[in-house]
Write a protein that binds this ligand. Structure first.
Ligand SMILES: [Zn+2]
Length: 80
Protein backbone atom coordinates (compact mmCIF):
# COMPACT_ATOMS: atom_id res chain seq x y z
CA UNK A 1 0.00 0.00 0.00
CA UNK A 2 1.40 3.36 -1.01
CA UNK A 3 0.94 5.93 1.75
CA UNK A 4 0.23 9.58 0.97
CA UNK A 5 3.03 12.01 1.82
CA UNK A 6 2.39 15.12 3.89
CA UNK A 7 4.66 18.03 4.80
CA UNK A 8 5.74 17.64 8.43
CA UNK A 9 4.78 20.73 10.50
CA UNK A 10 7.92 20.22 12.62
CA UNK A 11 10.69 19.96 10.02
CA UNK A 12 9.04 20.67 6.66
CA UNK A 13 10.05 17.37 5.04
CA UNK A 14 7.60 15.25 3.05
CA UNK A 15 6.75 12.28 5.29
CA UNK A 16 4.47 9.28 4.73
CA UNK A 17 1.23 9.41 6.71
CA UNK A 18 -0.52 6.21 7.83
CA UNK A 19 -4.34 6.17 7.82
CA UNK A 20 -6.02 6.72 11.19
CA UNK A 21 -8.78 4.12 11.73
CA UNK A 22 -12.21 5.74 11.78
CA UNK A 23 -10.91 9.09 10.45
CA UNK A 24 -10.59 8.90 6.66
CA UNK A 25 -9.31 12.49 6.37
CA UNK A 26 -6.63 12.12 9.08
CA UNK A 27 -3.21 10.50 9.00
CA UNK A 28 -0.43 9.79 11.49
CA UNK A 29 2.98 11.01 10.33
CA UNK A 30 5.44 8.15 10.01
CA UNK A 31 8.34 8.17 12.46
CA UNK A 32 11.29 10.10 11.00
CA UNK A 33 14.62 11.42 12.23
CA UNK A 34 15.07 14.73 14.01
CA UNK A 35 16.17 17.32 11.41
CA UNK A 36 19.31 18.43 13.32
CA UNK A 37 20.20 15.64 15.75
CA UNK A 38 19.91 12.18 14.21
CA UNK A 39 21.38 10.36 17.25
CA UNK A 40 21.74 11.28 20.92
CA UNK A 41 24.97 11.05 22.94
CA UNK A 42 24.36 7.34 23.56
CA UNK A 43 23.89 6.64 19.83
CA UNK A 44 20.12 6.14 20.01
CA UNK A 45 18.05 7.49 17.13
CA UNK A 46 16.24 10.77 17.85
CA UNK A 47 12.81 11.28 16.29
CA UNK A 48 11.42 14.52 14.91
CA UNK A 49 9.08 15.93 17.60
CA UNK A 50 6.25 15.70 15.06
CA UNK A 51 6.69 11.95 14.42
CA UNK A 52 3.31 10.19 14.82
CA UNK A 53 1.50 13.55 14.95
CA UNK A 54 -2.03 13.43 13.51
CA UNK A 55 -2.37 15.58 10.39
CA UNK A 56 -4.94 16.25 7.68
CA UNK A 57 -4.41 14.06 4.62
CA UNK A 58 -4.35 15.73 1.21
CA UNK A 59 -7.71 15.80 -0.58
CA UNK A 60 -8.44 12.73 -2.64
CA UNK A 61 -6.80 10.20 -0.31
CA UNK A 62 -9.83 9.70 1.91
CA UNK A 63 -12.63 7.21 1.68
CA UNK A 64 -14.00 6.37 -1.76
CA UNK A 65 -17.44 7.83 -2.42
CA UNK A 66 -20.13 5.87 -4.23
CA UNK A 67 -22.66 7.43 -6.56
CA UNK A 68 -25.88 5.97 -5.15
CA UNK A 69 -28.02 7.49 -7.95
CA UNK A 70 -26.31 5.18 -10.44
CA UNK A 71 -27.43 1.57 -9.73
CA UNK A 72 -24.94 -0.07 -12.13
CA UNK A 73 -21.71 1.86 -12.63
CA UNK A 74 -20.13 1.49 -16.08
CA UNK A 75 -18.15 -1.72 -16.23
CA UNK A 76 -19.91 -3.34 -13.27
CA UNK A 77 -21.26 -6.87 -13.69
CA UNK A 78 -24.98 -7.40 -13.18
CA UNK A 79 -25.21 -10.38 -10.79
CA UNK A 80 -28.99 -10.60 -10.59
ZN1 LIG B 1 9.38 16.21 11.04
Amino acid sequence: MRLPRVECPGCGRDVAAAPVPGSPTKGALWRHDHPEQRRDADGALVSCPSSWETVDLPAGTGQMELDLDQPHPPGALALF
